[in-house]
Design a protein around this ligand. Structure first.
Ligand code: FMN
Length: 171
């Protein structure tokens, strides 16, 4: 017997997480989503995983393109996080058009400039898991931005990483 989805979601609100944008490009069309179900897998080889809902518009393009980028967001990217979570009604490639500065590294997946870090990945494994697919990527390139702090998500709210830093320093 497992718990129901509502109880699961209620409990998961207590797991604070860094907010990321998962991006890809397939048939020269960019796609992406906001995601917090992201986790490191191994250092050698360097691998990271992301869990993507099978109904998300970027789900199939990631699998078909065979590459994706994990952009770890900072507080300045909050509006982008809302957009790629489908909160402003803008869809598909249009999500990239008038918000954020975009470049590429090795794979061709869209890389958002100014992130604390962006991991450019080639897809090595995909696992079906209920409503989601676990995509495991091997990191083939990275963009680091030492000074940036992360945007977090906890208890249903976006939290600025630097607010936590200040609270810790004050404690
Ligand atoms: C903070 C936050 C975290 C999310 N994390 C995930 C995630 O890890 N995996 C996922 O598939 N969707 C996640 N979502 C939902 C997707 O961002 C959303 O459904 C997205 O817009 C995909 O749908 P669409 O591209 O088809 O509109 C998250 C949404 C928010 C606001």
């Amino acid at each position: 017997m497992s718990i129901d989805a509502a109880a699961f979601k209620k409990g998961m609100r207590h797991l604070a997480a860094s907010v990321t944008l998962i991006t890809t490009r397939h048939d020269n069309v960019r796609g992406g989503l906001t995601a917090t179900a992201v986790c490191s897998v191994s250092a050698e080889p360097p691998q990271i995983l992301v869990c993507v809902n099978k109904t998300a518009s970027a789900h199939d393009p990631i699998g078909e393109a065979g590459f994706f980028c994990v952009n770890i967001l900072c507080p300045e990217h909050r509006k982008l996080a809302e957009r790629f979570a489908g909160m402003d009604g803008v869809e598909g490639d249009e999500r990239f058009q008038d918000m954020g500065e975009w470049t590429t590294l090795t794979t061709g997946a869209p890389v958002l400039t100014g992130c604390p870090v962006s991991f450019d990945c080639k897809l090595v494994t995909k696992l079906s898991a209920g409503t989601h697919t676990i995509y495991i990527g091997e990191i083939v390139d990275v963009a680091l931005h030492e000074t940036a702090t992360p945007l977090l998500y906890a208890d249903g709210c976006f939290v600025h990483g630097d607010a936590l830093k200040k609270a810790a320093q004050a404690a």
